[in-house]
Write a protein that binds this ligand. Structure first.
Ligand SMILES: O=C(O)CCC(=O)C(=O)O
Length: 260
């Protein structure tokens, strides 16, 4: 088995709950993805989640309000085009995941993430601090998301912020609000929030992050659309709990050898 991550990188991932790999996707891949996405947003090709659907701070109040047709996620990325599938099951991604998940057989979820995240100037919303695992139902809270930047990502265009090491912190229920976001109104969370760092990505950079790592993102204050591709993976031995949203669609084994 190929082991692209050094022992130090693996340790970094295990300690911080995330790892950034620069230039993991080629320029050609990023260009091809951007072209397909640009062709898929005018009009937005279903299935789509709109900013108005999420009801997050800053989102248009309804689909008929100004900006109400602003896409937030182009869903079902895996099924949209071969270029998205090829990336999802590429050796550069899967071999790293095998190391992070300590397994030989990796599956990609069709139910969680599996989307192209878009963030538009003018009508984007704020995503408050959360752990993705809060919304998912698996045997074990051991999943890794792979976030591919298709352009620059920084706080000013709504790039992800992360709290290093937060995947290891066990928080009592009272530290989270009704919707399971980290409460910013209590002093107890301040020390954790003070550790936040921006991910700062460029096109082709790839952020791997654990499903318990707290992350957040602001609005896009620039004039350009931000686009990213994100999938979530787990080991074949860690399965979605039947009849939950995590089990809605069958997960897929990603084996670079079988795909080539
Ligand atoms: O791009 C954003 O606003 C954050 C997205 C995010 O954190 C998520 O979908 O889990």
């Amino acid at each position: 088995m190929s082991t692209p991550l050094s022992a130090q990188q693996l340790q970094e991932f295990n300690e911080n709950g995330y790892l950034i790999e620069r230039n993991l996707a080629s320029e050609e891949t990023v260009e091809a993805m951007n072209r397909i996405i640009d062709d898929s947003v005018r009009p937005a090709l279903a299935p789509v989640e709109y900013e108005a659907d999420v009801h997050y701070p800053g989102a248009p109040s309804s689909k008929s309000a100004p900006g109400g047709q602003t896409p937030r996620r182009l869903l079902n990325a895996y099924a949209r085009d071969i270029v998205f599938r090829d990336w999802a099951r590429s050796a550069v991604v899967v071999d790293r995941l095998r190391q992070m998940l300590a397994c030989s057989s990796v599956m990609v979820s069709q139910n969680h993430h599996n989307c192209i995240m878009t963030k538009y100037p003018g009508f984007s919303s704020v995503t408050s601090w959360h752990q993705d695992m809060r919304y998912w139902s698996f045997d074990q809270p051991e999943l890794v998301s792979v976030w591919l930047a298709l352009g620059d990502e920084a706080p000013e265009n709504g790039g992800l912020l992360l709290i290093p090491g937060s995947h290891l912190v066990d928080l009592p229920r009272g530290r989270l609000d009704a919707a399971l976001f980290l409460r910013s109104d209590i002093d107890a969370n301040q020390a954790l929030l003070d550790k936040a760092i921006p991910s700062n990505l460029s096109a082709g950079d790839t952020l791997f992050f654990h499903c318990k790592t707290f992350h957040a993102a602001g609005q896009n204050e620039t004039q350009h659309v931000k686009k990213s591709l994100v999938y979530t993976y787990h080991s074949e031995n860690n399965r979605a709990i039947p009849e939950t949203r995590s089990a809605n669609h069958t997960d897929i084994i990603v084996d670079p050898k079988a795909a080539s």
